[in-house]
Design a protein around this ligand. Structure first.
Ligand code: PA5
Ligand code: NI
Length: 200
């Protein structure tokens, strides 16, 4: 049997009303300025940024040893809003250890989990309270808040050492975008996607 560090069992509690977990040890804050080149309408993005570096989403993490046998868990709170007609979203990423999977458990709000592979597959799953989405390894994933007023609150759990790889998404974007068309969220092709440098 492999010898590794043994950690103590522990509990985390989620207060869904307050949108917080206790016992977290990392808090990541993502503002508009952290989302450069990710939204389609760059002019609107720059205009919005001049006015305010808005808080877009926060992640509370319970990290443990970065060991393949351990799990990392946390809570993401994605605020409502749009850049042009594109809904607020997370950056989206592949995992650094490419084949590692993840569980997303939506606790509050309304959203879309957009997923894609490097060989052209894509999938969009609805997020609403009670929905658990299994994101298999090799699928990039991004949350989108499609509600006008409510936060999208999601619990996630993945292998502790899975890591984040943002490079591909920063360079190529996602194949699909989620936009507001006459008050209905729709998924469209990303017109910028093909113009990005093909690094695959
Ligand atoms: O590991 C995950 O998939 C989540 O914890 C995300 O990191 C979190 O939702 C924020 O998204 P991103 O890392 O794409 O900014
Ligand atoms: Ni992930």
């Amino acid at each position: 049997m492999r010898v590794k560090n043994v950690i103590e069992p522990f509990v985390i509690k989620i207060n869904i009303e307050e949108e917080i977990i206790n016992n977290y040890n990392e808090h990541i804050i993502n503002r508009l300025s952290n989302m450069k080149n990710l939204y389609l309408n760059e002019n609107v993005y720059e205009e919005m940024l001049k006015e305010e570096d808005k808080l877009l989403y926060e992640v509370y993490l319970k990290t443990v040893l970065e060991d393949p046998g351990e799990l990392i868990q946390g809570l993401t709170i994605l605020y409502p809003g749009k850049v042009g007609n594109e809904f607020f979203m997370t950056k989206g990423h592949f995992h650094r250890i490419f084949y590692t999977s993840e569980i997303y458990f939506c606790l509050k709000g309304r959203g879309i989990l957009l997923m894609e592979t490097t060989n052209g597959n894509w999938k969009a799953e609805e997020m609403k309270p009670g929905i658990i989405i299994y994101v298999p390894g090799q699928w990039a994933h991004r949350c989108i808040n499609i509600d006008k007023t409510d936060n999208l609150v999601t619990f996630f759990c993945t292998r502790a050492d899975s890591g984040h790889d943002y490079k591909l998404i920063e360079q190529k974007g996602f194949r699909k975008l989620t936009v507001d068309k006459d008050n209905v969220p729709i998924i469209i092709d990303n017109p910028k996607w093909n113009k990005c440098k093909n690094i695959l």
